[in-house]
Design a protein around this ligand. Structure first.
Ligand code: PEP
Ligand code: MG
Length: 315
């Protein structure tokens, strides 16, 4: 009986009325793929590719990268995999990329900025990703981290398409990108909100600094408001808006995010079951009402309480 339960297919993420909300996994290498699928991941919403580059004194070859990407994509045949190109910066220095020390690494040459500065690395990574996509049956989407402008969005999507990537989008993790989400989304195929960095930059509170941890909640209405802007822009343009930061792993906040317009949620595989169970309790109108209650609150704690109160009123 136990074996049957372990192998029984997990039902896909959905609201109470059946509206699908694909539940995806955040993965840091291909090693976690089998476990993620077992836990019900319908695909990958954030494949962090940094592991290939860290601790190396030169960038991995296109062939080495292609092998690793193929390994992951093959494990997710027939499913969606969203890969993020290298997100390095002075906090994770790479000798071959950007190793100049900076006083404020979070505000420096990181993500797409660093890749642009060393474009050959970006070109090689996109080439390896496109080759892995062509060699497997997974549906590969590729996104760029730390986008702040429409111009960066265009730069990335044009280069990605030129090198054979079929679906190219951006992470929305700066307030700038969220505030002009309509124009950013018009210049790419999809967005994925990185709530860890979006919270850090909106609240001006270093995500690694314990002394300002009280400010680092994605429940803060300022953060929710930015996410609502992105959700609205996605709905208007008919473009997917996923969530791939830690916020998606909170079962009640996940409902709020869907109410704000998120079309898929990606998280650590261990969080999938609880989020799936939570979403299944609410209809789209319920999710929107819970989101409105949170948005109208004055702070993070109040937003969470308001969402709990609104959720408890739903029969
Ligand atoms: C984020 O910023 O929310 C995110 C998903 O990216 P990372 O945590 O890798 O910065
Ligand atoms: Mg980030």
């Amino acid at each position: 009986e136990r074996a049957a339960r372990d192998t029984a297919p997990v039902t896909p993420g959905a609201l109470a009325d059946g509206t699908p909300v694909p539940l995806l996994a955040n993965l840091g290498s291909a090693d976690g793929a089998a476990e993620a699928i077992k836990l019900g991941a319908e695909g990958v919403g954030l494949f962090r590719t940094e592991f290939l580059f860290l601790d190396a004194d030169r960038a991995p070859s296109v062939t080495d990268q292609q092998r690793e990407y193929t390994r992951l994509l093959a494990a997710f045949a027939g499913r969606k995999v969203v890969a993020r190109v290298l997100d390095a910066g002075a906090d994770k220095p790479l000798s071959f990329l950007n190793d100049a020390p900076e006083e404020n690494p979070a505000l420096g040459l990181r993500g797409i900025r660093a890749l642009r500065h060393s474009e050959v690395i970006l070109r090689e990574q996109l080439t390896a990703l496109a080759a892995a996509d062509a060699a497997t049956d997974a549906e590969l989407w590729v996104m760029a981290p730390m986008i702040a402008t429409v111009e960066e969005t265009r730069y990335f999507t044009e280069l990605a398409k030129e090198l054979g990537i079929r679906v190219a989008g951006v992470m929305v993790e700066t307030p700038a990108a969220a505030l002009i989400a309509d124009r950013v989304l018009a210049a790419c195929d999809f967005a994925s909100i990185g709530t860890n960095d979006l919270t850090q930059y909106t609240m001006a509170a270093d995500r690694l600094l314990g002394t300002v941890a009280n400010l680092q909640s994605p429940w803060h209405p300022a953060v929710l408001k930015l996410m609502a802007d992105v959700g609205r822009a996605g709905a208007e343009l008919g473009k997917p808006v996923g969530i791939c930061g830690e916020a998606a792993a909170d079962p009640l906040l996940a409902v709020v995010l869907v109410g704000l317009g998120a079309t898929s949620l990606s998280m650590s595989p261990s969080a999938l079951a609880d989020v799936r169970a939570s979403l299944a309790r609410y209809r789209p109108d319920d999710a929107r009402a819970i989101a409105r209650a949170a948005l109208a609150a004055e702070g993070a704690a109040e937003a969470k309480h308001a969402a709990q109160a609104a959720a408890s009123e739903i029969p």
